[in-house]
Design a protein around this ligand. Structure first.
Ligand SMILES: Cc1cc2nc3c(=O)[nH]c(=O)nc-3n(C[C@H](O)[C@H](O)[C@H](O)COP(=O)(O)O)c2cc1C
Length: 212
């Protein structure tokens, strides 16, 4: 009996630490989506999302819901940027043919063939207030997108494009991106085949208190 109670408590713990969300139909009106939907109840806590985030490269065929796409894009724009320049463009991609074509451009992006959705994070250097902060600004937006996806019960992975000139050229050509825009990273997003739980990655020897 004690063993069964122990199992039940363990199951409750696991359930409370995973981020499962039910999908609805995808549409393109991401800016007009009412975020006060019941889906809000499915958010993970910020710490659970951060600690659960991991690269997910295998997805179910379930589409990503409009509300979730909207929140993911808002999370991208909410990232910090040098002098608040927010020098980003985000390409939201849900066309299966386009996703399949993009998979063929990149040696490590085969998961785009399975993903129902992806965000391409692009940097626009002409919008930067301080030069040479391009990588940091785009990295911050990319990480926000990964965390937001995790918080919504979705799986995602950072697929690097910048600074590979050849890859950037291929993505520009495939997606009609202007020459001055830098395709930085693409993040495939979909429902993970396995639910995500917080992982232990703390390295005590690399934490220095007050001085090295
Ligand atoms: C700059 C950068 C580029 C990456 N590029 C790829 C990639 O091209 N393909 C891929 O599958 N994963 C890519 N990743 C994901 C890493 O492989 C992954 O984050 C790493 O193995 C750690 O695993 P985790 O994300 O599960 O913690 C990239 C990550 C970063 C930060």
């Amino acid at each position: 009996m004690k063993f069964i109670i122990h199992l039940f408590v363990l199951e409750l713990f696991i359930l409370s630490n995973t981020c499962n969300v039910t999908a609805t139909v995808l549409s393109k009106n991401y800016d007009k989506v009412n975020l006060e939907t019941p889906k809000k109840n499915h958010y993970c806590s910020p710490m659970d999302a951060i600690l659960s985030r991991q690269s997910v490269r295998d997805y179910t065929s379930e589409p990503v819901a409009t509300e979730q796409v909207s929140m993911i894009l808002k999370a991208g724009f909410a990232a910090p940027s040098a002098m608040g320049s927010r020098p980003w463009h985000f390409l939201a991609i849900d066309d299966r043919t386009v996703l399949g074509n993009l998979a063929g451009l990149h040696s490590y992006a085969g998961m785009l063939r399975l993903a129902p959705f992806a965000v391409l994070i692009c940097g626009d250097r002409s919008l930067e207030v301080i030069a040479d902060k391009f990588e940091q600004n785009c990295s911050a937006a990319t990480e926000n997108i990964l965390i937001a996806a995790t918080a919504l019960g979705l799986g995602s992975v950072w697929v690097g494009i910048y600074p590979d000139e050849g890859l950037m050229k291929k993505f520009r050509e495939a997606l009609n991106i202007p020459e001055k825009i830098f395709p930085f990273a693409i993040v495939p997003i979909g429902y993970p085949k396995k639910s995500l739980s917080p992982r232990e990655s703390y390295i005590p020897e690399r934490v220095h208190m007050n001085r090295w």
